[in-house]
Design a protein around this ligand. Structure first.
Ligand SMILES: Nc1nc2c(ncn2[C@@H]2O[C@H](COP(=O)(O)OP(=O)(O)OP(=O)(O)O)[C@@H](O)[C@H]2O)c(=O)[nH]1
Ligand SMILES: [Mg+2]
Ligand SMILES: [Zn+2]
Length: 308
């Protein structure tokens, strides 16, 4: 029997079977997935094969993944933690305050998603909490990402309707990401109120979320979309990335690359660099370029640590 993993908690995997019911199952033996050093072998969104062994359903096979998205696990520097697999699109939720989402975080997320072949939609939330300055900042930021080609939305889930967001999600497997407290679970509740997922207000003292959702879970919604609710992520370490490739994951840099004098231009100090001249005449955003440089430094550090 085949099915899709919709939830994992410790050793137990909830699988929605091809016959439409949910069964609790366990892993049979050890799974080694070639090329991936991951702390979690089977993840939400995985297609698996199940067999029944003395009353228990066992996962005996993991079917090929179309894609997956992972981040460095916190303690084990070389290991990765896979957030979800077989995703059609990631919805990155961003709030400019309560909690603060930095462009550094956004750009790291976009690079990782691009490297894994996952499309991203940017959803700015909590517009009702923005003062005039932040409102201007938010609109500027939205323009920056729209110009690169990303689909962007801005909303306030407490007082706007979600019909446009529904249209965007229909017929797809959507992974909802972002810091704790940005409103990921609130969004899913708005899309389908009978789910009643737990949400919790952002703490007053630190303006940070309280990590209310602790496991990823896939929900199949009545309007014809699958949504993966995920726990809030603090940071997004880059994994499995070559320093020389980094620029290719910034779409607006990639487009200009053939116009740089050197074919292997890193857009740092090289002469006749098309990226740097676009930066100078304002066609490339300063925050994007700054974040690119800091990711380069970070990856070069990482390379040194792992090779000497
Ligand atoms: N003012 C305001 N509050 C919002 C909005 N959207 C969500 N919230 C509130 O923000 C708080 C956090 O929302 P959650 O949905 O729990 O956040 P989450 O992203 O799921 O957080 P984790 O599960 O911890 O990762 C809740 O109190 C929501 O009611 C909004 O547009 N405006
Ligand atoms: Mg949540
Ligand atoms: Zn260049």
């Amino acid at each position: 029997m085949n099915g899709v993993v919709i939830k994992t908690t410790g050793k137990r995997y909830t699988v929605k079977t091809e016959f439409g019911d949910n069964v609790q199952s366990f892993l049979k033996g050890k799974f080694r997935i070639s090329g991936i050093k991951s702390t979690n072998p089977i993840v939400v969104g995985d297609n698996v094969e199940l067999v029944q062994e003395s009353e228990l359903w066992m996962i005996v096979k993991l079917h090929d993944r179309k894609n997956y998205i992972s981040r460095k696990s916190v303690n084990l520097s070389k290991q990765t933690h896979i957030i979800a697999a077989n995703i059609d699109q990631a919805i990155l939720m961003i709030t400019l305050n309560s909690p603060v989402t930095t462009t550094g975080f956004i750009d790291r997320f976009l690079v990782a998603a691009n490297a894994y072949g996952v499309e991203v939609v940017l959803l700015f939330n909590k517009l009702d909490l923005l003062n005039d300055d932040l409102k201007i900042q938010q609109e500027k930021l939205k323009k920056v990402y729209e110009q690169i080609g990303y689909t962007c939305f801005a909303t306030s889930l407490v007082n706007n309707d979600v019909s446009q967001i529904k249209d965007l999600m229909k017929g797809k497997v959507n992974m909802i990401s972002g810091h704790s407290g940005v409103g990921k679970s609130t969004l899913i509740n708005e899309l389908q109120p009978d789910l009643n997922i737990n949400t919790k207000e952002v703490s007053n003292t630190h303006q940070q979320g309280q990590h209310t959702t602790t496991f990823s879970e896939l929900h199949e919604l009545d309007f014809g979309a699958s949504i993966i609710d995920t726990p809030g992520i603090r940071g997004f370490g880059l994994v499995e990335l070559e320093v020389a490739e980094l620029g290719s994951y910034f779409p607006e840099f990639f487009k200009l690359k053939s116009q740089c004098k050197f074919h292997n231009c890193m857009h740092k100090n090289e002469p006749y660099c098309a990226v740097k001249s676009s930066l100078e005449n304002g066609k490339i955003s300063e925050s994007r370029y700054k974040n690119y440089l800091s990711m380069l430094v970070e990856e070069e550090e990482h390379f040194r640590i792992n090779n000497y």
